[in-house]
Design a binder for this molecule. Structure first.
Ligand SMILES: Nc1ncnc2c1ncn2[C@@H]1O[C@H](COP(=O)(O)OP(=O)(O)OP(=O)(O)O)[C@@H](O)[C@H]1O
Ligand SMILES: [Mg+2]
Length: 346
């Protein structure tokens, strides 16, 4: 039975990030606020996609959300419990159901151990299966990710990239998680393996009521897979909304630019073609709205005041001065065009 101070399982969102900050010290003692007050909610059973250009802080936020880096500010709540930074000691048992999957399955699996042993280890760490049940549970985990029982006797190098990522997912599933944070889980795979693993993730989420925070630079996959999408720019969230409505009507000019983005030829990310300039260095972010130097609609206020995050229509939020609170959303076609910097009179 739950004690008084522990929330009942079933209360609160699966994962809630509130105003999270992640700060690094660069050599030369420069402070980099890689995540500068970002908020995001993953409801139970939901798939939330997180997108944004390279260097905007997605991995830093993912790591903070599972306690791999400390949050310098704000809070991270997993099923209403605070996620504290991991120490060398074992992960607190109640946080075992929050698991992370990384981009490169080859480096996260031990090349010298059979898959079955690696999955059994993951069960043993948490005492999740009695010795005589272990083998059956390993086979069940392999089956969940679409691999035959015979895979248990093989080594990581005997699998394709897509199969290895399935094994990495199976290992995360060994902890019987309720939330998976996946940082670019498809980026190292070829196109057909990407689609298969993406479909597997959706299937697992539905079958196991698993909540997913899926970070991907592949906007087409995020659109296909995610229920809700959050768009990050230089350490902050600029827009969040259901995937379908975000794609049909982007409210933030950055989201609008991303929707028309094209992939980098080397597969390392995407390039919002419509935007001038580079992503600024997070150690020296632009004042007020961090996006204003690249925004085609910027006006005076954008360089003077930090936009507040407004709730617009159902389930959508946007941090942009083009969207006045309480009014219907300003649609891209209704925005000032082109960009002469307006001199707004207060
Ligand atoms: N350990 C670190 N020390 C110092 N700076 C770091 C460290 N890790 C990340 N950064 C900086 O923090 C910023 C955000 O990095 P992060 O890896 O979170 O971005 P990202 O959105 O995941 O990028 P990508 O799409 O390329 O994976 C970048 O400017 C990066 O250089
Ligand atoms: Mg990253």
């Amino acid at each position: 039975m739950a004690s008084d101070n522990v929330p009942l399982n079933g209360e609160g969102p699966a994962l809630e990030l509130r105003d999270v900050e992640v700060v690094y010290e660069r050599r030369g003692r420069e402070r980099v606020r890689a995540v500068a007050g970002a908020s995001l909610t993953v409801e139970r059973g939901q798939i939330v996609g997180l997108v944004g250009e390279s260097g905007c802080g997605k991995s830093s936020l993912a790591r903070a959300s599972v306690g791999l880096v400390p949050a310098a500010g704000g809070s991270v709540l997993f099923e209403s419990r605070e996620v504290t930074p991991l120490t060398r000691r074992a992960r607190p048992r109640e946080l075992a159901r929050l698991q992370m999957v990384f981009q490169n399955p080859y480096s996260s699996l031990n090349p010298r151990r059979r898959i079955g042993s690696q999955l059994a280890d993951a069960l043993d760490v948490l005492d999740l299966a009695a010795p005589r049940e272990r083998r059956a549970r390993v086979e069940e985990l392999l089956d969940l990710v679409g691999l035959p029982a015979s895979a248990a006797a093989r080594y990581p190098h005997q699998f394709s990239g897509g199969q290895r990522q399935r094994i990495a997912v199976a290992r995360a599933l060994a902890a019987d998680p309720s939330v998976l944070v996946l940082d670019e889980p498809l980026a190292s795979l070829d196109a057909s393996a990407q689609a298969q693993v993406a479909n597997l993730l959706v299937d697992l989420s539905r079958r196991l009521s698993l909540s997913l925070l899926l970070i991907s630079h592949d906007l087409a996959i995020v659109r296909h897979v995610a229920d809700v999408v959050s768009v990050m720019y230089l350490g902050v969230m600029v827009e969040t909304g259901p995937a379908r409505s975000l794609w049909s009507l982007p409210l933030h000019p950055y989201t609008e630019a991303l929707i028309g983005a094209v992939p980098h030829p080397d597969g390392s990310g995407f390039l919002p073609e419509a935007l001038p300039g580079e992503v600024p260095d997070p150690a020296h972010p632009p004042a007020a709205c961090r996006f204003h130097p690249r925004c085609p609609y910027a006006f005076d206020r954008c360089s003077k005041e930090t936009p507040v995050t407004l709730a617009i229509e159902s389930e959508r939020t946007v941090a942009c001065w083009l969207q006045a609170g309480g009014s219907p959303p300003a649609r891209p076609g209704e925005r000032p065009q082109p960009l002469p910097l307006l001199h707004a009179e207060e």
